[in-house]
Design a protein around this ligand. Structure first.
Ligand SMILES: [Zn+2]
Length: 519
């Protein structure tokens, strides 16, 4: 753990050797689902039943949140403001061409060396660190995202789960999370490992409900989307080529689940032919792509390894090193606990290209890690004059304010930011921590209500709002706001509560006591 570069609330999972495949979400049959411990049943919101012929977009979103919660709890999600901002803006550039109503897409990075990406119901799209690092240019990455976006807009997953009963959907959410996390291999609870072996058995029976047709359709639709977004459509087949080469290196290591839907030569040929139908595009990579790739390289370096070793081996001649490599080398120094070595480099990069906010935030991080809180505040205040509501700049500024014991100001700037830009779940938590430290306890509870709501945990969200309302000396505005939100959430609760009361749900006892719930 190198807390100097990583956000303090971030935990990283262990890394394991890579094998490769393109994992498409597998939806288990109800028969199999019964074998899996429904670990998250108590949080499941009301969703479509077998009687309904289709899942609504909202049902899909709720289902996706269930799985996201498990992924987040695994500690393998990389919640880095700079990286998230880049991936989200690239993803939105692509998904905005999909014209899928008002659906909000969420793109995130999993710390996993396996070359993989996946789409969850509800527009949640995950990219493994191993895949992003394997791309050669931004169009290849865009191709992967466009393929996953197409799985969502074509409702491949929604269609495959729409005829399942509610009970099996609960198990399905747990199963999908287990498969995604289990794809890393090795660790995990017995329940997780059980789910994986069950899933593999299922694959052998060819009962997994994803089809070759869905893959071809996602390729076809995805290529159209990426061309409209201004990327080179041949980026998709180019990345397939890369994957096929990697698969050939160690076919024995590819589990049964993934062998069922390989990247075949005909799929590559078809996507090449499809891409050739579009005009040739001279796509230029953004510098942000190169910078964020190096940032991810450092963030995903396994514990016990030193990212400085990598840069020492690739940068043989400093005048020839790319800007991105120099930036990566500076980040590696911060991560290795030598932020002082990074500061002059980052100052120089910032002076040369002040429009790149990544240099400002990295410098602020280095100064903070070196104990120069005042220097970090100066750096980030300057950056805020360039981009007042940029998310990474504001989040880093709030971190520096917290270190300077200025929690009140940290709460203010985060609140202002997230009243204007939708926050991530971890950013809501950061805001709650700042509010709590500033003595704004009722606000902190109300933020935690929103935090739990994002995990689709309605009972805990309600609990936090009740606590917010129990804080003495609330303002009239606070009381009205919390009460209105509580009414809204309670109205969504009755069916959920009835179900909880009916079931002899032992997991209720494990839920943290809200009064002592730590955040
Ligand atoms: Zn796919």
């Amino acid at each position: 753990m190198r807390p100097s570069l990583l956000s303090p609330w971030l935990r990283l999972g262990a890394m394991l050797p890579a094998w490769c495949a393109w994992l498409v979400l597998a939806v288990p049959s109800p028969v199999l689902a019964q074998q899996v411990e429904p670990e998250i049943s108590e949080q499941l919101p009301e969703m479509g039943t077998a009687a309904q012929s289709t899942l609504s977009v909202e049902d899909e979103y709720n289902f996706g949140r269930m799985i996201m919660r498990q992924l987040r709890d695994s500690g393998r999600m990389i919640d880095d403001p700079e990286l998230n901002e880049y991936l989200q803006s690239l993803g939105l550039r692509i998904s905005s061409q999909a014209h899928d109503g008002n659906r909000r897409f969420n793109f995130f990075v999993m710390n996993d060396p396996v070359i993989n990406a996946f789409a969850l119901p509800g527009g949640f799209i995950g990219v493994h660190s191993g895949l992003l690092l394997e791309t050669h240019n931004e169009s290849e990455l865009a191709g992967v995202l466009a393929h996953e976006v197409a799985h969502v807009t074509q409702r491949h997953i929604a269609r495959s789960i729409q005829n399942q009963s509610r009970a099996s959907l609960v198990s399905t959410a747990a199963m999908l999370a287990a498969i995604l996390l289990g794809a890393v291999g090795g660790g995990g609870s017995n329940a997780t490992m059980g789910a994986i072996s069950a899933a593999q058995g299922l694959a052998a029976q060819s009962q997994i409900n994803f089809t070759r047709e869905n893959e071809y359709e996602a390729d076809r639709v995805g290529i159209g989307i990426m061309a409209q977004a201004g990327f080179d459509p041949s980026g998709m087949p180019a990345f397939f080529d890369t994957m096929q080469r990697r698969t050939q290196l160690g076919p024995d290591q590819v589990p049964e689940l993934l062998r069922t839907h390989p990247v075949t030569s005909s799929r590559i040929a078809e996507s090449k032919a499809r891409a050739a139908q579009y005009p040739v595009v001279e796509a230029h990579d953004t510098l942000s792509y190169a910078l964020m790739k190096e940032r991810l390289r450092v963030l995903s370096t396994p514990a016990g390894q030193d990212a400085r070793d990598y840069y020492a081996s690739v940068i043989t001649n400093v005048p020839d090193a790319s800007v991105a490599q120099i930036y990566g080398q500076a980040l590696a120094a911060i991560q290795a606990g030598d932020p002082a070595a990074a500061i002059p480099t980052l100052e120089k990069l910032r002076a040369e290209q002040p429009e790149l906010l990544q240099f400002h935030t990295a410098l602020g991080q280095a100064q903070l890690a070196a104990g120069d809180v005042k220097g970090a505040l100066d750096t980030l205040e300057k950056a805020r004059t360039l981009a007042p509501r940029n998310v990474p700049v504001t989040v880093r500024y709030a971190e520096a304010l917290m270190r300077a014991n200025r929690a009140k100001r940290a709460h203010e700037v985060l609140l202002d930011l997230f009243n204007n830009v939708p926050p991530s779940q971890e950013q809501i938590r950061q805001t709650a921590i700042a509010a709590n430290a500033a003595g704004d306890v009722a606000d902190a509870y109300s933020y935690m209500a929103e935090y739990h709501l994002m995990s689709a945990d309605l009972p805990l969200a309600i609990n936090q709002l009740e606590l917010a309302l129990s804080v003495p000396n609330l303002t009239v505005v606070q009381r009205q706001r919390f009460a209105a939100r509580l009414t809204e959430l309670r109205s969504a609760l009755p069916k959920e509560r009835a179900r909880l009361e009916k079931s002899d749900d032992k997991s209720q006892g494990d839920r943290p006591n809200a009064a002592s719930y730590a955040w």
